[in-house]
Design a protein around this ligand. Structure first.
Ligand SMILES: NC(=O)c1ccc[n+]([C@@H]2O[C@H](COP(=O)([O-])OP(=O)(O)OC[C@H]3O[C@@H](n4cnc5c(N)ncnc54)[C@H](O)[C@@H]3O)[C@@H](O)[C@H]2O)c1
Length: 281
């Protein structure tokens, strides 16, 4: 399953590696798949109970993980995460900056500015804080891969609130600039832009079947994505198979951003029955 994606002996940190509800979130899937590939995985979350299921899954599949409770908006907590990774396994190769929150609603006219600042701190500044303590350790480990979680909301307009897509667009700039700054050190920096994946982040806020169906049909593939689809992309960008790729933003969105937002299928056949769940992982 992991041929060519071997991460044996590598050490990865995944922030937001818990999930706010049962099921498979992007961070949980990334942590599990990196461990499947042989990496020692440091799972980080501000809510320790969110990480229990992630660690259980990793252990059941024969992987190794260490849970660290940390709020990634706190510089000291970020430093402690990296130190614990180094104490446990002596190197650092992969950092997945996955933490992200929906943030406040509202336009520029009425968004709550304290909540706006907090959303920037959680979604964007946390990536700077984690990267600034991880990069020196990656240098001494001979290079590394950083994967920042953006969103299709950061690539196109039309989102209901101003805060979330602004942070996700800023992550694109952060990623490209970091890639240029750290390429010569053998550190690759890429971003993922998930589309309307069905994860605990989405269904814990309540989504009815009609809205779910609308999200599914909005994209050319017409199938529903899950956290595993995002996790697979993380695994690719973490692995040597992407060794010549840096500074990219990879949509994982069933083709949503390849269309004009007025997508009408010209082929109306139903997708294959198994396509909604994809392969077992
Ligand atoms: N689900 C989607 O449809 C979708 C689409 C596009 C992008 N994304 C992005 O994916 C990422 C998260 O996906 P997920 O499925 O793992 O979400 P999730 O909500 O299931 O998990 C995120 C975890 O982050 C933790 N967290 C929140 N703030 C934290 C902080 N300050 N410090 C440490 N941990 C913190 C939470 O406790 C939670 O367990 C986010 O960046 C999100 O914007 C999701």
């Amino acid at each position: 399953m992991t041929v060519g994606f071997d991460l044996k002996g590598k050490v990865a940190i995944v922030t937001g590696a818990g999930s706010r509800a049962s099921g498979i979130g992007n961070g949980r899937a990334a942590a599990v798949l990196l461990a499947d590939a042989g990496a020692h995985v440091v799972v980080v979350d501000s809510a320790p109970e969110h990480m229990e299921e992630t660690q259980k899954l990793i252990a059941e599949r024969g992987g190794e993980s260490l849970a660290v409770t940390a709020d990634v908006t706190d510089p000291d907590a970020c430093a402690a995460v990296v130190e614990q990774a180094m104490d446990a396994w002596g190197q650092l190769d992969v950092l997945v900056n996955n933490v992200g929150v929906a943030g406040p609603s509202g336009t520029v006219l009425d968004v709550d500015l304290l909540a706006w600042d907090q959303c920037l701190r959680v979604n964007l500044t946390s990536m700077v804080l984690m990267s600034r303590v991880a990069i020196p350790r990656m240098r001494t480990s001979g290079g590394g891969s950083i994967i920042n979680m953006s969103s299709v909301a950061g690539l196109v307009g039309g989102h209901q609130g101003i805060a979330y897509p602004t942070t996700k667009a800023a992550i694109v700039g952060l990623t490209r600039t970091m890639a240029a700054h750290h390429g010569r050190e053998g550190i690759r920096v890429n971003a993922l832009a998930p589309g309307a994946v069905h994860t605990p982040m989405v269904y814990s806020q309540g989504i009815d079947e009609a809205a779910r169906e609308q999200r599914r049909l909005a994209a050319p593939l017409g199938t529903e994505g899950t956290g595993w689809d995002v996790g697979d992309a993380v695994l690719f960008l973490a692995s040597p198979r992407s060794r010549w790729i840096t500074g990219t933003v990879l949509p994982v969105d069933a083709g949503l951003t390849a269309t004009l937002g007025t997508y009408t299928p010209s082929v109306t056949a139903a997708p294959p029955a198994q396509a909604d769940t994809g392969p077992q992982r």
